[in-house]
Design a protein around this ligand. Sequence first.
Ligand SMILES: [Zn+2]
Length: 253
Amino acid sequence: MSNRWIRCIECNQVAHVTDYDRSPLYQCDRDYENSIEKPMDDMKSFMMQHGRHSMEELSVIKDSFISEGKYGEPRKASYFQATNGKEQFVIKGWREDINVPLQYELIPGCIKTTLGLKVQSYEIQKQMREEIKNPPAAETKIEQFVRIVERVVSQFSCRDEIEITAETDTPLVSHCKMGSNAIREILSLSREVFDADDLKKVERFIHQNNSYNEPMTLLLKKTFMVKRQRSTAPESEKEPLLIDGVTAQRSIR
Ligand SMILES: [Zn+2]
């Protein structure tokens, strides 16, 4: 199946060329009762606008796809990177309404992602009260244990090997397993809080609650931003660009 991205170099616009370009679009009528067939030819309308301009093909950079919003949210925006071999671009895709086709914006620049790990502190406390009984663990000890977990996790880098155990309702947050080095460190620091008997219970608690989306799993949170570069559009059409969230004046050559 053809799946190509064509950029108009002069207008800095992009068209997605697929076998479905000529497929009609089915839209609901105003009362959402009947569907209406609307003939479409996306490439033809792109060629009408840009046919006399110089164009180039962009290749999509593998595994660069990232999306915000919840799974199943039809209007969420998605982003991925593409290149013409010299410059990098971000293609943003979104739709205003589920009845209209995806729209694309071509942004010169790249996607910057950062990863962060978060402890499920509230869930750990709740589960410990639930599981450690006869006698129950003192509330102050549970709190101290959570602080230890937070401290140890803050020292571990997201670059360490991470095992994803469950997804959430958003593609930017997953659950991951607490690694054996982190568990060893947590247990070693917990010796100052718990006596030998309780420490065994704590060790069992960690291992029994460290899979799927259980309380000892960590939340791996991905954040991303689109870092814009200077526009390659004609000088007359350039606008001040956003660089790292700060409005920068474009330099005059
Ligand atoms: Zn054009």
